[in-house]
Design a protein around this ligand. Structure first.
Ligand code: SF4
Ligand code: ZN
Length: 267
């Protein structure tokens, strides 16, 4: 299926409405750039959110490209600067939590910022550029960890019980969920979409990166099969429905414990 048709099909499955306000997480990379391009081309009411992590030149370049992309698409871009909010860059928090990979620390912050900003901006949904390769790899990793239930909350729409704008968690949607990474790259090049080339210098040799090297050798069919298995499996995870949904005692942000993951990292 053509990339355009696949994205349109997923958007329909998600049930995105043009009346909703959607916050697109724009990192400067190809996936979120294609997502923003596509949603704006289709006439959705989108605004962008860029999170400046303070990773030296890489973050400067990402911010610059995100601003240019937003300008070209004619959309508003909100910039959240971790250094201004927390007084430190992501590197500091990563060093403080050496038992975790840099991407895990970064991921916790990004989710925290996205939900917080989405509520502040009163949006209906958050859209992220996760693609089929990202999702299949995550599911594969969770199986290898012996914890496939960790995939419970993922999918084209996040499965938070109070997933509406009045609840704790703003629903996160992934319109590129069924699109292969290589197809996104081709689409971005073909349509001359602006994105940052090159890798984040913080992407260390974590377990995920190690498994990813092996995963990259998988065929398209094998990756697609992982997603199919995930979908079949996900519906059976009934026991996970009783996840606690709370407000963090420290930051008052949505979480599933007494203290959110982000506050645990900065303590
Ligand atoms: Fe953060 Fe990892 Fe992405 Fe770098 S590669 S921006 S550390 S999640
Ligand atoms: Zn908190």
């Amino acid at each position: 299926m053509k990339v355009e048709n696949q994205i349109k099909k997923t958007i329909k499955e998600i049930g995105l409405s043009k009346k909703e306000k959607i916050l697109v997480a724009i990192s400067g990379g190809k996936d979120s750039a294609v997502l923003a391009y596509f949603l704006s081309k289709l006439g959705y009411n989108i605004e962008g959110l860029h999170i400046n992590l303070g990773i030296g030149d890489y973050s400067l370049k990402s911010l610059d490209v995100s601003k240019k992309l937003a300008e070209r698409l004619g959309i508003k871009l909100h910039v959240f600067d971790i250094r201004k909010s927390e007084g430190k860059t992501i590197k500091y928090f990563w060093r403080k939590n050496k038992n975790l990979s840099s991407c895990s620390v970064c991921g916790v912050f990004k989710k925290w910022v996205m939900n917080r900003e989405a509520k502040r901006l009163n949006v209906d949904k958050i859209a992220t550029g996760h693609n089929l390769d990202d999702e299949a790899l995550t599911f594969f990793l969770n199986i290898l960890k012996g914890a496939p239930q960790l995939s419970y909350n993922t999918g084209v729409v996040s499965r938070n019980k109070q997933g509406n704008k009045k609840g704790n968690f703003i629903p996160r949607v992934k319109p590129l969920f069924y699109v292969y990474e290589e197809d996104i790259l081709k689409f971005a090049k073909k349509n001359k979409i602006l994105f940052v080339k090159g890798k984040c210098p913080f992407r260390e040799n974590s377990y995920r990166v190690e498994i990813e090297r092996y995963f990259k050798k998988f065929s398209r069919k094998q990756k697609r099969n992982l997603i199919k298995n995930f979908e079949g499996f996900r519906g059976k995870l009934k026991g996970m429905k009783n996840i606690k949904e709370n407000y963090c005692e420290i930051c008052r942000e949505a979480c599933t414990d007494d203290i959110c993951k982000k506050c645990k990292l900065v303590r």
